[in-house]
Design a protein around this ligand. Structure first.
Ligand SMILES: C[S@@+](CC[C@H](N)C(=O)[O-])C[C@H]1O[C@@H](n2cnc3c(N)ncnc32)[C@H](O)[C@@H]1O
Length: 261
């Protein structure tokens, strides 16, 4: 099993704690609403035989789909590298596969003759600037022409905002990478994924307290990161704001519906 390059060190916040972290973003029904609505619209039109959630974590999104939509005829699969995350995915109607999204194959997903729908929320940035491109190539290879990939991914309207977050994450010792909407569009097209639609999704608030827990950072380290990001980027409302003892940052997301071409 190969893990995403930035996965290591995060196991501590996987499982139960994950659903509470970052103001409960990843266990919040309202926050998930735009992504789920987009998926439901596509399900109603395309009637997939299999829905696979790449980096599906605790299974929150698939669980919500089971609760809200008519998925009775569909096989639901959660693919994630973290066994701790998958241990919370207890609904017997969801098949779990502990594998990297960059290595999973169509054979793993046992799609048969039906159509496959791939979904992913907040996964791409784990693979870094270059790894995201090879992940997207693998995602494209899972799909037959015309099949769809719906993902909610972090990306920024302004290049300077993306650079600010990239500086912050590199100072925290991760290889996660955030691009702009333009870069995302170019990466998807290069992988053979045509964007059918793109729409905004709720922003994720990242407090330095949560980030210090997630990445094991001391108060001194948080303080030096705050100083350096502030020195290079200043205060960018809704992107990076220094506080008395740390900082607040925000990840901006968009939902992309992509068709394999
Ligand atoms: C930010 S969380 C999002 C979880 C879920 N998609 C959600 O929205 O609730 C990212 C997830 O990606 C998983 N992940 C990281 N690297 C991965 C990889 N190479 N393959 C599959 N999953 C991966 C992590 O274990 C984690 O569960």
């Amino acid at each position: 099993m190969t893990k995403g390059r930035s996965f290591h060190g995060e196991e501590g916040i996987h499982g139960e704690r994950w659903l509470e972290l970052h103001d409960g973003y990843f266990g919040d029904h309202e926050v998930a609403w735009p992504f789920l609505n987009t998926i439901e619209e596509i399900i109603d039109k395309s009637h997939p035989a299999v829905i696979a959630d790449l980096g599906g974590g605790t299974g929150f999104i698939l669980g919500e789909l089971l609760r809200r939509s008519n998925t009775a005829e569909m096989k639901l699969i959660n693919v994630d590298v973290s066994s701790k995350q998958l241990s919370l995915c207890l609904d017997k109607r969801i098949v779990t596969i502990c594998e990297s999204a960059s290595l999973v194959t169509r054979r793993h997903l046992q799609v048969g003759d039906g159509a496959l729908l791939l979904i992913a929320r907040s996964l791409l940035h784990y693979f870094g600037k270059f790894g995201s491109r090879s992940l997207l190539r693998n995602i494209r290879s899972l799909l037959r022409e015309g099949e769809l990939f719906i993902h909610q991914s972090a990306c920024f309207g302004q290049d300077s905002d993306a650079r600010c977050l990239n500086l912050l994450y590199s100072l925290m010792g991760t290889e996660k990478w955030y691009g702009t909407e333009g870069e995302m569009t170019e990466m998807l097209q290069q992988a053979g994924l045509e964007i059918c639609s793109s729409s905004p999704a709720p922003t994720l608030h990242l407090s330095s307290r949560d980030l210090s827990e997630r990445y094991g950072l001391s108060p001194e380290r948080i303080s030096s990161i705050r100083t350096e990001v502030k020195r290079q980027h200043g205060n960018i409302p809704d992107v990076f704001s220094p506080t008395d003892d740390g900082f607040d940052a925000w990840l901006h997301y968009r939902i992309f519906v992509c068709r394999a071409i």
